[in-house]
Design a protein around this ligand. Structure first.
Ligand code: HEM
Ligand code: HEM
Length: 193
């Protein structure tokens, strides 16, 4: 009988897929909004910031949940280096979903253009007070540095996604060990008659 083996909890699975969907959307918005102009650019940016702050909130929830719950152990068949690589990629993701929105927040708080943030066209999100209060030249430098961090993290997370997806595909079609079903809302289909 085929078994899914140990699985992530429903909370972990839900947070994984909601954050992944928001992250993909925000990468798309971030990379395409440069080509927009006027109101379209303003709206895309407000949506980008709304999704970004949502990711930050969910990331805090997810990290708290993760630290309080032991994840299912890796399949016995996984080699030592594969487990280490998985740990690096997974903790890299946790780092990025926390730090990337923070870098964005620092960027908009420091920006001399001083554009306000209205989450989902409803909830005003303040700038970070002490950054906004810096002298103008320090704000410009801070905006540039935070923007550089935001940009580099965008490319790092895309690299991690390629590695993560590559590993999932290898497990699914080469090792056939059902790792995908550990994080899937669907159980592994039975292969027995
Ligand atoms: C995990 C969440 C986020 C992801 C994946 C993300 C992704 C991106 C990407 C791919 C870009 C285009 C590359 C670049 O110009 O640096 C970008 C730009 C930008 N993001 Fe984000 N972002 C996130 C959260 C945020 C947040 C929370 C804010 C603000 C509160 C923000 C503000 C900005 C700004 C202002 C730009 C334009 C930078 C420029 O014009 O140089 N981002 N983002
Ligand atoms: C199509 C895209 C994706 C697929 C198919 C996928 C699939 C999976 C699977 C099957 C696992 C379980 C691995 C195991 O059992 O050890 C997992 C874990 C994980 N995924 Fe994804 N994932 C995707 C996208 C993402 C994205 C965009 C992120 C970024 C936040 C992410 C972050 C994580 C993390 C942090 C874990 C480890 C959970 C833990 O043990 O704490 N995944 N993913």
């Amino acid at each position: 009988m085929a078994s899914s083996g140990p699985r992530y909890s429903l909370v972990a699975i839900t947070l994984h897929w909601v954050i992944a969907a928001l992250l993909f959307t925000n990468l798309y918005l971030g990379l395409t909004m440069h080509g927009e102009h006027g109101m379209a650019k303003f709206s895309a940016m407000q949506l980008h910031k709304s999704f970004g702050f949502t990711i930050l909130g969910l990331a805090l929830l997810r990290l708290t949940w993760r630290l309080a719950h032991r994840p299912p152990s890796f399949p016995e068949t996984m080699k030592g280096w594969e487990k280490s690589a998985a740990h690096v990629v997974h903790w890299g993701f946790y780092f990025i979903i926390l730090v990337m929105p923070l870098a964005g927040w620092i960027m908009v708080s420091a920006s001399p253009t001083n554009i306000p943030t209205l989450l989902y066209k409803t909830l005003p999100m303040p700038h970070i007070g002490f950054i906004h209060a810096l002298p103008m030249d320090a704000r410009k430098t801070t905006e540039d540095l935070a923007g550089l961090a935001h940009f580099l993290l965008a490319w790092l997370v895309m690299l991690l996604i390629v590695l993560h997806l590559g590993a999932v595909l290898k497990h699914q079609f080469w090792d056939k060990d059902g790792v995908l079903y550990r994080m899937s809302p669907f159980r592994r289909p039975s292969t027995s008659a």
